[in-house]
Design a protein around this ligand. Structure first.
Ligand code: VGL
Ligand code: ZN
Length: 230
């Protein structure tokens, strides 16, 4: 295709939450085998065919609503308890979400991007989850829309640059990668999750998670499919 550039194809790479707290050995919310995806992500970051390469960081205040320790017993067990979040701007809107160990507190070492990630290739870094009142897996916005709150500005950035396709990699496959890819579809982008470029928190649920993403219009691809950087 190099001889006939397709004006309707302008791809962006979204590298989600490649942060110390999501990785063994020292992370507080370690995703199994998370560091092993970095070489593939570095390969994608080096591609000259991707005009936009955006990293996100989960970037929470200490009082964040997703931290189990900010809730009262008996509803404060990390990984097990849930909480219901109501839109502070519209009490009719709410969603229930899982509680986690303290992780990715802004400006702490656990919130840092992995040192082995080739960040020099990044064109942008976006921080998300900064509002203590809402959980935000997606790099776009929380699942609250009337009115929309805590918009990261990612949709405006991608639309403004004329992006048509997004390739999503990073952590965690069943949380922030999934939500970001599904919101990308909602925003009108063709959205791919590159399977070797992600790892899930819950390995046993990954096959079902991929099916649900695909039902929502996300294309889950293997990098060997050569979709990336065509
Ligand atoms: C994430 C759980 C809590 C993620 C972020 O990046 O997938 N998961 N916060
Ligand atoms: Zn988080």
């Amino acid at each position: 295709m190099a001889d006939s550039p397709d004006p309707s194809f302008k791809p962006a790479l979204l590298v989600i939450d490649m942060q110390e707290d999501f990785c063994p050995p020292n992370g507080t919310l370690p995703v199994p085998d998370a560091r092993s995806i970095t070489p593939l992500i570095n390969t994608l970051l080096a591609l000259p065919t991707l005009p936009l390469k955006i990293a996100t960081q989960d970037w929470h205040p200490p009082a964040h609503i997703s931290f189990a320790s900010n809730h009262s017993a008996p509803h404060n067990t990390p990984f097990t308890s849930t909480t219901t979040i109501t839109n502070p701007l519209n009490p009719a809107e709410s969603y229930t979400t899982r509680l986690w160990p303290v992780h990715c507190v802004a400006h702490t070492p656990g919130a840092a991007l992995l040192p082995e990630l080739h960040t020099a290739h990044l064109t942008h870094t976006i921080q998300k989850g900064t509002d203590p009142r809402v959980e935000m897996y997606s790099a776009f916005y929380p699942p609250l829309h009337s009115p929309r709150m805590s918009d990261s500005g990612l949709a405006a950035l991608l639309h403004g640059e004329g992006i048509t396709h997004v390739y999503v990699v990073g952590l965690a496959g069943d949380y922030c990668v999934r939500s970001t890819a599904e919101d990308a579809v909602r925003e009108g982008f063709v959205a791919y999750v590159v399977e070797e470029g992600t790892r899930p928190v819950d390995g046993t649920g990954w096959e079902g998670c991929k099916r649900e993403m695909e039902e929502r219009g996300v294309k889950v691809v293997r990098e060997g499919g050569r979709e990336v950087g065509r």
